[in-house]
Design a protein around this ligand. Structure first.
Ligand SMILES: NCc1[nH]cc(CCC(=O)O)c1CC(=O)O
Length: 324
């Protein structure tokens, strides 16, 4: 009897299939098995309204998780920042591979840096977190709510080369914006980092909790393949796990989701986990930045750190400030 092939579910976007492909290749190598990829359509890919008004978090992840729970696939790879902070019953994040670049990136026309954009320049982003932090640094900018996949967003920049998925290579397009902000990790995974004109320092722009990190999810009973379970343990990066756990514990305690003007970034420096956070008024006229640290480098220690920092923010008025 031949064993059923091991199936990894993915969304259809270029970013999703690329990320899933990388993890599938690593797991196939580590576990010494064949892996099949199955395409799952998700609500987030077909809705076209402003992202901040989609209502509810996790539109990108829900259908993929449903496919995992129903046994349509055995494993799913998510962008961790797109996952709601409550873990659904029956599913576990079995691995958080070593995190990529956490920063947000400016992709501007003519190689411009953020500080060089002309007065009143237009910057595209659908993220209230990015909008608020941009406006805090440059109150004159005009934020334009955009969404769509990475290639579509890059194509909105004036004079940008047309993206392959927009039907043409080597010509310039009819972009209407001076710049867009995207996650450096996504651009790098897609080989599009040449569009980046400035990596935004976390001192100016704190990323979304979980940004740059992948979550490899399986059913709570295990992946259904012992060799894959062992490979997942190897794929998990402990420092990444601690950092994203702290960031997501903060977000959960604030009862905020990916549409909130909240940024968080945790990093392990030798024996210390440092968690930086920011809560912003959506128009950028006020920001509250707070930091906390712990030397308890365990998952429970990371959760306690995130909760403690969230409670500090709440005591100081972050909920009213950020409209939570
Ligand atoms: N919300 C969409 C999304 N989800 C994950 C990434 C990028 C990769 C990552 O942050 O891990 C992106 C695009 C973006 O924010 O530019």
């Amino acid at each position: 009897m031949t064993q059923a092939p091991f199936r990894i579910g993915t969304r259809g976007s270029a970013l999703a299939t690329t990320q899933t492909g990388h993890v599938a290749a690593e797991l196939a190598e580590l576990a010494g098995i064949e892996i099949e990829t199955v395409l799952v359509k998700t609500e987030g890919d077909v809705t076209t309204g402003p992202l901040s008004q989609l209502g509810g978090t996790g539109v990108f992840a829900a259908a993929l998780r449903q496919a995992l729970l129903s046994g349509e696939c055995d494993l799913a790879v998510h962008s961790l920042k797109d996952l709601p902070t409550t873990q659904p019953e029956g599913l576990v994040i079995a691995a958080t591979p070593k995190r990529a670049d956490v920063r947000d990136a400016l992709c501007a026309r003519d190689g411009l840096f953020l500080a060089e954009l002309p007065e009143g320049a237009t910057v595209g982003t659908g993220s209230p977190r990015r909008a608020a932090q941009l406006l805090a640094f440059r109150p004159d900018l005009k934020i334009v709510d955009i969404r769509g996949n990475v290639g579509t967003r890059l194509g909105r920049v004036k004079g940008s080369p047309a993206q392959a998925d927009d039907g043409g290579v080597g010509r310039t397009n009819q972009g209407d914006l001076d710049a867009v902000i995207l996650a450096a990790a996504g651009l790098e995974r897609l080989g599009l980092e040449s569009h980046i004109t400035e990596y935004l320092d976390p001192e100016i722009m704190l990323p979304a909790p979980g940004q740059g990190s992948l979550a490899v999810e399986v059913r709570a009973a295990g992946s259904s393949n012992a060799a894959v379970d062992a490979a997942l343990e190897k794929l998990d990066d402990h420092d990444t796990r601690l950092a994203v756990t702290a960031e997501r514990a903060l977000l959960a305690r604030l009862e905020a989701g990916c549409a909130a003007p909240i940024g968080a970034l945790a990093r392990v420096f030798e024996d210390t986990l440092v968690l930086d956070s920011v809560a912003c008024r959506p128009d950028g006229t006020d920001t509250m930045r707070r930091t906390a640290t712990t030397q308890t480098l365990t998952v429970d220690g990371a959760i306690a750190l995130g909760v403690a920092l969230a409670e500090l923010l709440l005591r100081e008025g972050a909920a009213a400030l950020a409209g939570l």
